[in-house]
Design a protein around this ligand. Structure first.
Ligand SMILES: Cc1cc2nc3c(=O)[nH]c(=O)nc-3n(C[C@H](O)[C@H](O)[C@H](O)COP(=O)(O)O)c2cc1C
Length: 229
């Protein structure tokens, strides 16, 4: 990796999805400072469509248990479905290839062979343990808001992850929670008007964890950019 040109680039390029955290707590003041900085994210007509739930301590442990129980429920597919399609209904290249690569890279790194459903299930379950992080963040949006606000939301989420890096903290954004929105809504006491967007684990990365040695690739700029002068 080339040396980042400045602190902003450093925060951007050192952000990666961390899947093993230390139990080291994150102070409420740090979480508030990250959210305050991230709330400077732009949004169409300054609508600020985000709402955040910070789950820690006993509350996190109880939610984790409820999520793991739901994830292990034999009736899971019938009982728990996502409310909005995060991924395309029909996968095509090059997206499907990239999706497969990250899956194989992750499982390969952990020595999980193709078809080893039990170990894949166990690895996926780490999502519901927040990868050992001391903080779980949940993000909701008012159901009245449209697609543009979801665009705004992405900027807010990236701003959180970048602000976390600025404080030596790491994150993993998680769509894995979305099928279990009812479990989460009950735990958070969500009004029916609020829809779960996604969750995120926040904490200090366990730098010694094998899973955190995963490095993802990106297409070079010239592959996704056209200059018209
Ligand atoms: C909205 C969103 C949801 C994601 N959901 C999950 C998830 O549920 N579990 C997980 O391990 N990673 C999840 N990821 C992480 C992606 O796999 C990761 O961003 C991608 O592979 C690129 O790797 P990097 O974040 O390390 O750069 C998610 C990322 C985003 C942006």
């Amino acid at each position: 990796m080339t040396t980042p040109a400045n602190d902003v680039d450093a925060a951007l390029v050192t952000r990666r999805s961390i899947r093993a955290f230390l139990p080291t707590p994150v102070s409420r003041a740090d979480i508030e400072a990250i959210l305050e900085a991230a709330s400077r994210a732009p949004s169409g007509t300054n609508t600020q469509p985000w709402k955040v739930y910070v789950v820690r301590g006993e509350s996190l442990a109880r939610l984790s248990q409820a999520l793991l129980a739901a994830y292990d429920d034999p009736q899971r597919d019938a009982l728990y479905q996502e409310e909005y399609p995060y991924y395309p209904h029909q996968w095509v290249s090059p997206y499907i290839d990239r999706r497969r690569k990250i899956g194989w890279d992750l499982y390969g790194l952990l020595g999980i062979e193709k078809g080893d459903k039990a170990r894949m299930h166990e690895q996926h379950a780490q999502n519901y343990r927040f990868f050992g992080a001391p903080v779980g963040l949940f993000f909701t949006i008012d159901r009245v808001m449209e697609r543009g606000s979801w665009l705004d939301y992405g900027m807010f989420l990236q701003a959180i992850m970048t602000a976390a890096r600025g404080r030596g903290l790491d994150t993993c954004p998680q769509a894995a929670f979305t099928p279990f929105h009812r479990v989460i809504a009950e735990h958070l006491g969500l009004p029916s008007q609020e829809q779960l967007v996604c969750g995120m684990s926040l904490g200090f990365a366990d730098e010694n964890a094998l899973v955190n040695t995963l490095r993802t690739e990106r297409e070079p700029v010239e592959r996704f950019t056209r200059f018209l002068d």
